[in-house]
Design a protein around this ligand. Structure first.
Ligand SMILES: N[C@@H](CCC(=O)N[C@@H](CS)C(=O)NCC(=O)O)C(=O)O
Length: 212
């Protein structure tokens, strides 16, 4: 059976959990990271030398890096659907997934560290304001992509939506002003209607939960 190591309050683990639930796979999830430990155990480091989560073991095939895991599982279990079959469509999807890792994911992480997890008196207000401005620019790019599309690749939910899904609820929960981005908001509402987009992500005090 597919094994997944990682704690479900980690954004990168949330991508994998949404993916396996959308795919309807049987899996065993083993809590790892933060309060659960595990990540620095020698047997875990032998699977994932980064000492980070998530890691999967799919009948002996071990893989780490959340985006690689999502792409692998979608290609294996949903070719032509969650994973596009046409090479150009695949490259387009892969481009957005890479951009999540290299661009949007980086500044979203910096907001988490420098705003949510830094006490108010220790925050660098100018740095945080610049970060929010840069990240707003990234979301504007997504808003442009979503104009005229229900999902990132068009009418169909795909692996691309999966890797952005855990970011967007944080964006809408953070305590600062956001410009109107109607296509992004419409996409977020569409995600919220999906059975496996965990309502825990959209309700309650997300900011307090992320401060840990
Ligand atoms: N690029 C990696 C990043 C993995 C990563 O930074 N994981 C964090 C959780 S989001 C982690 O393991 N932190 C240590 C911990 O949870 O104790 C991926 O996408 O899988």
């Amino acid at each position: 059976m597919l094994k997944i190591w990682g704690r479900e309050d980690s954004l990168n683990v949330q991508k994998v959990m949404l993916c396996v639930r959308e795919l309807g796979l049987q899996f065993e999830q083993i809590n790892a990271g933060k309060q659960y430990g595990v990540l620095n155990e020698p047997w875990y480091l032998a699977m994932n030398p980064n000492g980070l989560c998530p890691t999967i073991d799919d009948d002996g095939f071990v893989l780490w890096e959340s985006n690689a895991i999502v792409k692998f599982l979608c290609a294996r279990h949903s070719p032509g659907n969650l994973s596009p079959a046409d090479p150009r469509e695949y490259a387009d999807a892969d481009r957005w997934i890479s951009w999540q890792g290299s661009t949007l994911g980086v500044t979203m992480r910096q907001i988490l560290v420098n705003l949510v997890r830094t006490a108010e008196e220790k925050r660098d207000a100018k740095f945080v304001a610049d970060l929010i401005a840069t990240t707003t620019g990234h979301w504007k790019i997504m808003n442009g992509r979503l104009e005229g599309r229900d999902y990132m690749m068009g009418p169909r939910f795909t692996m691309v939506d999966i890797v952005f899904a855990p970011h967007v609820y944080r964006w809408f929960a953070y305590p600062f002003e956001r410009p109107d981005l109607p296509h992004l908001e419409a996409w977020y509402k569409r995600l919220c209607q999906r059975k496996h987009y965990n309502p825990r992500f959209t309700a309650g005090d997300v900011v307090t939960a992320l401060q840990r």
